[in-house]
Design a protein around this ligand. Structure first.
Ligand code: EPZ
Length: 432
């Protein structure tokens, strides 16, 4: 397994391009199942999770054609044609679903268009138990009959799903996405209350509208969908990744550098830019994205709490913790979305961070300098927080299990090296 070796202490200076959002793409790709026409997705990031979703869709019979790089301006990712004209299977098998929980997003569209779906129940994962009960209850409200059989969700609609009034008792990104897709082909009106407002959900909704869906309230907590009989071809460009943007913004701040994040959407970054500004970094919107400047900054501690969008994202919690570990003073970080998302804490502590976890909160007492170490993590954002810590640490850091990073960050070492970081990938040596 690959590893990443970093010699820390270099302030990052330069430009980092931001790719399409992984979590938007993972919802947009299964949307192709809703129509027999071709869905073309541009600005698709080149990531392991995208390949896993592509494999799953191929297994259902979706024909995929990669059209190379679209390469102009802010949309510089790949372009993929997805055609679900000839679906051969409505089963999402265990072997693929266990690799990636977002696989459950095929459930809503398969059920809506084919009246049946059999999807392996995703297990727990490194950040918590993560059930899909809310997805299932809401689909049942639309008339689906769902049983759990041999580790599989077996769902049948016996015709079209029926419009319903769904109130999610808690905000769920995947649940909102599954229901939104299902409701586009439902019979009548569906209202989703307490819907997730994450930009990735809005991106899916805009793409569905381009495919002919009738959706009101995009970006708000109430989505109103008038079901239509069929959707059609569309071309859609994936929104820039706000978590990749935030991660590199922290890279600039933690190294006391000055970096422009080109292609980033400033308007989607408010909660993160507020926290970074509170800590002492300077952030400006630029014509191409945003600039983070911390070369003259004294980074100070601050308190954060993760919340659904527009609150501070749980997917940025580990990265902020790395920054706050080097800040002046103490900070409190409270994680409210996932019950087990502090696995990076012991690894950061091996690098000299001073952190105490009490239930869902962590007290971080900043230290003047972290020190390099061998580290590893079992989740994507935890892994990248160790890269960030390594960029700021004295000496050599080796991050093992880079597999997790490759799921969500495209060419991370190249992007950082282009800004002066001393970072390299060590190919395929025994890591653990
Ligand atoms: C999405 O996961 C993201 N994944 C996650 O990104 C992100 O951390 C999360 O939203 C929160 O923002 C993708 O978009 C592919 P949820 P999702 O349903 O949809 C509980 C990353 O690093 N819940 O909003 O699975 C659940 O256990 C990742 O890129 C239920 O109890 O998240 C959690 O505590 C990891 N029952 C909370 O709700 C349900 O049926 C929020 O989960 C559904 C969710």
């Amino acid at each position: 397994m690959d590893r990443i070796r970093i010699h820390g202490g270099v302030p990052l200076k330069g430009i980092i391009p931001i790719g399409g959002a992984k979590n938007a793409a993972l919802a947009l790709m299964p949307a192709c199942l809703l129509t027999e026409d071709t869905l073309t997705l541009a600005n698709l990031p080149h990531l392991a999770d995208i390949a896993t979703m592509a494999n799953l869709l191929t297994q259902h019979g979706v024909a995929l054609t990669l059209n190379g790089e679209s390469g102009n301006g802010d949309a510089c990712g790949r372009t993929l044609d997805l055609s679900a004209a000839n679906i051969t299977s409505t089963t999402a098998p265990y072997d693929l679903v266990r690799k990636m929980r977002a696989s459950v997003l095929v459930l809503g569209p398969l059920l809506a268009r084919f009246g049946q779906a059999r999807v392996s129940l995703p297990g727990g994962c490194a950040i918590g138990t993560r059930p899909v009960d809310l997805h299932l209850k809401a689909l049942e409200q639309m008339g689906a009959r769902i049983v759990l059989d041999g580790g599989y969700i077996v769902a049948e609609a016996g015709g079209r799903l029926k419009g319903a009034h769904i109130i999610f008792p808690q905000v769920t990104v995947g649940g909102t996405e599954n229901l939104l897709m299902a409701a586009t082909l439902g019979d009548g009106e569906t209202v989703i209350a307490n819907a997730a407002r994450e930009p990735e959900v809005a991106d899916l909704a805009y793409c569905l509208v381009a495919m002919g869906a009738k959706i009101e309230g995009i970006g708000t907590g109430t989505l109103r969908i008038q079901g239509v009989e069929r959707l059609h071809a569309a071309r859609y460009s994936v929104v820039p990744d706000r978590i990749e943007t935030g991660t590199y913004a922290v890279a600039a701040a933690i190294t006391r550098g000055d970096v422009e994040l080109v292609g980033a959407r400033f308007d989607l970054m408010e909660s993160v830019t507020k926290v970074l500004t509170d800590c002492g970094a300077e952030i400006q919107e630029t014509p191409r994205g945003l600039r983070v400047k911390a070369d003259a900054a004294e980074i100070t501690g601050t308190d954060i709490m993760t919340e659904p969008y527009p609150g501070f994202p749980t997917d940025m919690q580990a990265q902020l913790m790395a920054l706050l570990a080097t800040a002046k003073g103490a900070s409190m970080i409270t994680e409210t979305i996932f019950e087990n998302r502090f696995m990076h804490v012991p690894e950061l502590m091996r690098m000299g961070a001073r952190i105490n976890v009490h239930g869902a909160s962590a007290i971080v007492r900043g230290v003047p300098r972290l020190s390099g170490a061998q580290v590893m993590a079992t989740d994507l954002r935890a892994s990248v927080s160790l890269i960030l810590a390594g960029l700021a640490a004295e000496g050599e850091t080796v991050v093992n299990r880079v597999y997790h990073l490759d799921r969500g960050y495209e060419r991370v070492e190249e992007k950082l090296a282009a800004c002066g970081a001393r970072i390299e990938r060590i190919k395929g040596e025994a890591a653990e």
